[in-house]
Write a new protein. Structure first.
Length: 562
């Protein structure tokens, strides 16, 4: 499809339609986008939407997307965050090539631009305190008042601004403000601050600077210097667009990117504020930025979400102009759909109950053939050991089962997946607790492979592991971090009050088939009949396997909440 057709393709979102029209009209030969994260924390699922949008447009048009770090606030930024962000973007499947930039690359040029604004009488040094500045700013219905320092001479402003740069003034004592319009109905245009004093070392420039530019000033000029064509941002920046354009028009930059706003991702049962996510990390409510309950990209990766599942999720929710809420189940279902296609099947027992097959020879074992994926023969098969003693899931047995319980019970026959038909003949109980501790069964040797030559059918098929060959492991069952759809809804209540106390359950006596002995950390599998699990990348060792549940086989949360 050529660009002339693209602009009329109704399947395109509104941003891609704008870009297609610009290409059709010859305004640009190719779109150049950018992803501009602040290196003050780890990326989350909301950032993934922006990453997929910006890098996706570049991929679709065989053009470029820049990765540019907005590193203008050294008090909150760290080099470690830079590396984590780069890792996340690459893991999602995107590559910035040679187009890696930092706002700090432009500090010298931004300072020159600020001097030029002063020379054009479009900026001035102000000594109002932060509180006084708020008072002078006015309200949505009342115009602001001009600062008493607004009409300094150009020469005095240049001298003072140079003094700020040279560290002659204390933090907070002076700022550089744009001179625009204190009566503007848009509060962002009421002489915004564009430089402030911060006597803090920068993770890239060290102690060279003690003044740092503000985001609104830095971002548009960085876009222009990099010749970005379409600057895509979320809706909260819509009211900032006039300021974006004002800086570029006032300084008469050779390039003038177009800012376009889209709706941010609002996802139920989570928080998207980096400030609040940081509270969870520093307060010990989670184990770190990569806690699998967190919707950080590193947390999702550790939990077992795949890059494709996140890209598919972002594609499914689309790009719109109006704020809306996406149910967490949509994200979970995206993981489920992708893993259903790619994850090999294995058998794991989370709550083991011993079964002794009394008519199976003692001290003998055999191997049965199991499919790695029932719908994908190309994924091959594996051999599973089978012996006299096995373990099944405790929930697959009931001593007094109801009519529609099709698993194991006294006198009932079931199929052991890939193995034999077995029938329960007796039950052993723990005398102290009264709980079932062991089941005795008989097997039918003629049903090898799980099929009866006489054609008889059984309604129940259960999974199992051989007691003598199974590997012990730990399994972590993760659930949603918050118990309510919108933890931020009630501003009178601390969002942390809504944390889900059952968001993590640790099972320590689980057993899995021996084929998993050398499984690499990060590998995803389906425990048959249980869900999708991932070998933990932080804590799992060959001698002590740890599995994280990524998602169940179906949306049990919706059922339990409904």
């Amino acid at each position: 499809m050529d660009n002339n057709d693209l602009s009329h393709d109704k399947s395109l979102d509104f941003i891609r339609q704008i870009i297609a029209e610009d290409l059709k009209n010859g305004k640009h030969t190719a779109p150049v986008t950018r992803f501009p994260p602040e290196p003050n924390g780890f990326l989350h699922i909301g950032h993934a939407k922006s990453i997929c949008l910006n890098f996706g447009i570049a991929q679709e048009n065989n053009s470029r997307c820049h990765l540019r770090f907005d590193d203008t606030n050294p008090s909150k930024e760290e080099a470690a965050y830079v590396e984590s962000i780069k890792t996340d973007v690459q893991w999602l499947g995107y590559d910035w090539g040679d187009d890696l930039f930092f706002a700090s690359d432009y500090f010298d040029k931004l300072y020159e631009y600020a001097i030029e604004l002063i020379r054009r009488d479009k900026a001035y040094v102000c000594r109002l305190t932060a509180e006084e500045m708020r008072e002078y700013r006015g309200t949505l219905t009342e115009a602001g008042k001009e600062s008493p320092y607004r009409n300094r001479s150009i020469e005095e402003n240049i001298e003072l601004f140079q003094g700020m740069k040279e560290g002659k003034f204390e933090t907070g004592s002076h700022v550089l403000r744009a001179k625009i319009d204190m009566a503007s109905p848009n509060l962002n245009m009421r002489d915004p601050v564009i430089y402030r004093i911060m006597k803090v070392d920068h993770h890239r420039t060290g102690s060279k600077w003690c003044i740092y530019p503000m985001y609104d000033y830095t971002h548009c000029l960085s876009d222009a210097m990099e010749k970005i064509t379409h600057s895509l941002c979320t809706l909260e920046f819509e009211d900032h667009r006039p300021l974006y354009d004002w800086f570029l028009d006032t300084l008469e930059t050779s390039s003038h990117p177009r800012q376009i706003e889209f709706a941010r991702l609002n996802l139920t049962y989570t928080v998207m504020s980096k400030r609040k996510i940081l509270q969870l990390v520093t307060g010990g409510y989670v184990t770190g930025w990569d806690d699998p309950r967190m919707l950080t990209i590193s947390g999702l990766r550790r939990r077992g979400y795949t890059p494709a599942s996140i890209r598919n999720f972002c594609s499914e929710i689309g790009v719109g102009k109006k704020e809306s809420w996406i149910d967490m189940g949509v994200l979970e279902n995206s993981a489920r759909n992708d893993l259903n296609e790619t994850a090999p099947r294995v058998m794991g027992v989370l709550d083991p109950l011993k079964v002794i097959i009394t008519n199976y020879p003692e001290d003998e074992s055999e191997e049965v053939e199991a499919k790695n994926h029932p719908q994908k023969p190309e994924m091959g098969t594996r051999r599973l050991p089978f012996s006299r003693e096995i373990y099944i899931e405790r929930t697959d047995f009931m001593e007094d089962p109801p009519k529609k319980f099709f698993r194991l019970g006294p006198g009932r026959e079931v199929r052991l997946r890939y193995a034999y038909f077995v029938t329960c003949v007796s039950v052993i109980k723990d005398e102290s607790t009264g709980l079932v501790s062991e089941i005795h069964c008989t097997y039918d040797p003629a049903t090898h492979g799980g099929n009866a030559p006489d054609g008889r059918k059984v309604k129940g098929t259960i999974h199992w592991v051989s007691a003598a060959h199974a590997l012990s492991c730990q399994v972590r069952l993760y659930d949603r971090l918050f118990a309510v759809e919108n933890p931020d809804a009630d501003k009178e209540v601390d969002f942390k009050e809504h944390l889900n106390t059952d968001s993590l359950t640790v099972l320590t006596n689980c057993l899995v088939e021996p084929s998993l002995a050398n499984t690499a950390p990060g590998t995803s599998v389906q425990f048959e009949r249980q869900g999708y699990f991932c070998v933990d990348t932080a804590d799992s060792k060959p001698e002590h396997l740890v599995f994280n549940r990524t998602v169940g086989l179906r949306d049990s949360w919706a059922k339990s909440q409904g």
